[in-house]
Design a protein around this ligand. Sequence first.
Ligand code: ADP
Ligand code: ZN
Length: 594
Amino acid sequence: MQQARDLLKTVFGHDDFRPGQEEIVASVLGGDDVLAIMPTGGGKSLCYQLPALCGDGVTLVVSPLVALMNDQVAQLRQNGVEAGALTSNNDAEENERVFTALDDGSLKLLYMAPERIATSPGLLNRLKINLLAVDEAHCVSQWGHDFRPDYLEIGRLREALGGVQIAAFTATADEETRSEIISKLFSSEPRQFLRGFDRPNLFLAFEPKNNPKRQITEFVAARPDQAGIVYCSSRRKTEDLAEHLRSKGVNALPYHAGLEAERRHTNQRRFSQEDAVVMTATIAFGMGVDKPDVRFVVHADLPKTMESYYQEIGRAGRDGLPADTLCLYGVDDIKLRRRQIDEGDAPDVRKRADHQRLNALLTLAEAALCRRQTLLGYFDEAADPCGHCDLCKNPRQMFDATQASQKALSAMLRTGQIYGLEHLVSVLVGEETDRIKSQKHDQLPTFGVGTEFDKSQWRSLFRQLYAAGYANVSIAQGSWQVCEKARPVLRGEEALKLRFPDKQAERKRTSARSAPIELSNVADQELLKALKVCRTDLARQQNVPAYVIFPDRTLIEMAQHRPGTLSDMVEINGVGAKKLERYGGEFLRVISDH
Ligand code: ADP
Ligand code: ZN
């Protein structure tokens, strides 16, 4: 284990393990079969890379995406580790390099996609593979959200290799996925590490949609020097939004699976190579995003489930520095997500589960107390109020919503459960619209009984009723109906507590978004800029993403501590021996010239 700790510093330049890493590395080194569940950005890769460096023989890493593999290989090589990937994108020269390193025994980590493994039994039998590392192991589960049938080959491969040691990693925690991973990958119960799900550096915030384009533009424009992702629910929207943001001077690019391949790759490359690109993307922009210094993730639309929400925001702040998240949501989103689940071709049990996962997310969206507590509670983890979410900053009141809910529900009933939200709200606040007059809804007993709230407050109350399952919205017409669950409330047999809906005007004033983060208290911003220029040049020359040379965090430390010699330089987090040798002199020069 001492060896692993030394390699952590000398190869990767890290002073300490992140929470959970040390136990997992020790267990893998001890020969255990391991299933480790860590949140996105928690630092899974190191948990198999370090053991791979400690032993002789090859660690075979199964990974689902070419982009992901190439990125990891580039990073390892920068640190002086001989690693390679066999992918369909390799040119002859690259294949040559990998096979030579395999033959002379210098290759430590070999990355392959599962499809490729299935077709290369000869090769794999020849190699001395002493650890099988499975990245994104939930892809083996039909229950989960990224099922990849070829992952089922891994179990067979394991057998073929004589039951080689296996270490599997995923960020997906739910019970069903976990037990499916175990049954499909392992021959006996592995040692399990369910690691702290908290990502304390992420600021969590939700906001109801009222003017989404403006809300997003404001948020993004306030963070001009930062890279970020804005997730949208449709391809069309990613392009519209990118264009809109560009018209406001933001360096925004769209990404979705329907873009022609070349443009998609260019945009992805620009996102990882340039500073401060904002990607407006569908969730097709996902697993391959390894950039550690993504400073914010915004959801322009509500994600599919609690799991997808956490995975998507997890792409922010992998470097451990503060990062922001903001999720917008409205009733239309909820309808869309419900419809997608209902119309999908998953079996009924799976649909029910997905509805539950969506409900969990809605509960989080409408939560009144610390979001992190609600979020971690879903992953079975207890937590204190975090002080680092919109609700901790600006706590919401709960109130006895029985009466208000009765009014809202009876507005639905008395108008025949065929009207949409705006009409119902108008009835409650007593607005004499043409439609209300023509339908004689101004003569209903519910007309104008809701003067205690303004319209935006009523909308919030309706959303909460929907989120909590007291009301339903028909997908085709958008009409609101009363659910069975609401009957006792209507009859006055059950009290209902909800979050006190704040007025739109007040919401603006007390907006609980985080202020844009100041990343560094680097006095010398000019020096930091100069270091970044040096990094960009090196990255261009080698055609690798900038963070592969050094992540922001390392440059910030350099600007803060101003190392004067190589031995000062090695104290900086992220500077391992190889990078010291390759780049140390150059960055020292930038610092001393400055
Ligand atoms: P995951 O796969 O769990 O999402 P990664 O393995 O990609 O996370 O690691 C996320 C980031 O954290 C990477 O940029 C990596 O360099 C960094 N990192 C990992 N372990 C450490 C550590 N012990 N100290 C500092 N940075 C670390
Ligand atoms: Zn909180």
